[in-house]
Design a protein around this ligand. Structure first.
Ligand code: NAD
Ligand code: ZN
Length: 389
């Protein structure tokens, strides 16, 4: 089959790869019909993510049709059309039983290595670092899906790929970011980053009855989408000082809830990354500006909440004294995707949201290398790319 394989910083190639097979009785194999590129893939593409190996198949936002079924699989059959969550979860460990699927104790075969670095191992993820299992990813023609009774959700008749594809990651991720923000009705919610995750965090903040949503970015078309589609007020970081502007907009109190939908690379400084060689060479970003997380701590109102869907790796310098004295709450994590599949599918079916609004580029899988470049450089007003095998 053809697949997108990682070869190093700024180097992904569409190449031949072995067809996946059933390896465990709980697996299915799907033939992929649509698969997206995520901001998380940029951490790999930018060379920030440790634990990658040349030739790894990447991608973790796939959907398709079941073509092979392991003998223990109960919920799926050949021909079912499914969306696949990026988190791989066993469904029966202590964490899965609490619906903390991205913290599954059993799905990461390299748990020992992860434990050495983090103290414990999070769940395995598709198409990501070997620290998180090194599972072949979904930017390919076919994908092996482990624990298939716990992950994939069947697509109801009548819904297109584009309407449901983002249940694999960014819709639940934006939704969990809003839930983690502990929004009370009427709250002012500030969202840093108007990429795909930020866009869904904005949409979701309204679902939790936010009173105001303020979207922060520097890219005009992304701010425009936040404004028109997300009904958000906007701040362009190139035009004003974010702290000053937020204080002005909230009479000096600061936003009640702050969401960091940017993550690690923004304004990374070499001191932050010096611990890791893979990251040192990737320092091509502005180093004189504060991290989004530092800025959020500064801006958030006293007693407010900071929700972090943005992905971080390694260590980050934070003004923790300010956070402590302002009595802030932090909530974060990789998304427990499976927890949100049914309720969010229902919202799509009921027409409460059409997630396809975020798509700007539809591209054959064979052109993935160019699409990565376009998405990274935010060229051609690119916001979200869907690859078609
Ligand atoms: P993206 O790269 O398309 O969007 C990031 C946006 O942040 C860009 O529009 C960029 O201009 C903006 N930005 C950069 N610096 C900024 C700053 N200082 N202030 C305000 N905005 C700034 O990525 P995405 O797909 O939207 O993903 C966003 C983050 O969410 C990534 O870190 C990604 O890894 C993470 N993510 C997390 C999960 C999870 O499970 N927690 C799932 C998916 C993605
Ligand atoms: Zn993703």
């Amino acid at each position: 089959m053809k697949a997108v394989r990682w070869h190093g910083k700024s180097d992904v190639r569409v190449e031949d790869a072995p067809d996946p097979k059933i390896e465990d009785p709980g697996d299915v194999v799907i033939q992929i019909t649509s698969t997206a590129i995520c901001g998380s893939d940029l951490h790999l593409y930018n060379g920030f993510m440790p634990g990658m190996k040349a030739g790894d198949i990447i991608g973790h936002e796939p959907m398709g049709v079941v073509v092979e079924v392991g003998r223990d699989v109960r919920r799926l059959a050949k021909g079912d059309r499914v969306v696949v969550p990026f988190t791989i979860s066993c469904g029966h460990c202590w964490f899965c039983e609490q619906t903390m699927f991205s913290l599954c104790d059993n799905s990461n075969p390299n748990a020992e290595q992860a434990r050495k670095q983090m103290g414990h191992s999070p769940a395995g993820l598709f198409g990501f670092s070997h620290l998180l299992g090194g599972f072949p990813g979904g930017q390919a023609e076919y994908l092996r899906v482990p624990s298939a009774d716990v992950g994939p959700i069947k697509v109801p008749e009548g819904l297109s790929d584009e309407q449901v594809l983002f249940l694999s990651d960014i819709f639940p991720t934006g939704y969990m970011a809003a839930e983690n923000a502990e929004i009370a009705p009427g709250d002012t919610v500030a969202v840093w980053g108007c990429g795909p995750v930020g866009q869904f965090a904005i949409q979701s903040a309204w679902m939790f009855d936010a009173g105001r949503v303020i979207a922060i970015d520097r890219i005009p078309e992304r701010l425009r989408m936040a404004e028109t589609n997300g009904r958000a007020e906007t701040i362009n970081t190139d035009e004003v000082d974010v702290y000053e502007k937020l204080m002005e907009m909230t009479n000096g109190r600061g936003p009640d809830r702050c969401i960091d939908a940017v993550g690690a690379e923004a304004h990374a400084s070499s001191s932050v990354w010096s611990a890791m060689d893979t990251m040192r060479e990737a320092i091509h970003l502005e180093s004189d500006k504060p991290y989004v997380l530092q800025e959020a701590i500064r801006c958030c109102r006293k007693g407010g909440t900071i929700s972090v869907p943005g992905v971080y790796v390694g260590s980050v310098q934070l003004p923790f004294g300010a956070a402590m004295n302002k009595a802030l709450t932090f909530r974060m994590g990789q998304t427990h995707v499976q927890r949100y599949l049914d309720p969010l599918m229902k919202k799509i079916e009921e027409g409460k949201i059409d997630p396809s609004f975020v798509i700007t580029h539809r591209v054959p899988l064979m052109d993935a290398a160019k699409a990565y470049e376009t998405f990274r450089d935010k060229e051609d007003e690119c916001i979200k790319v869907v690859l078609k095998p």
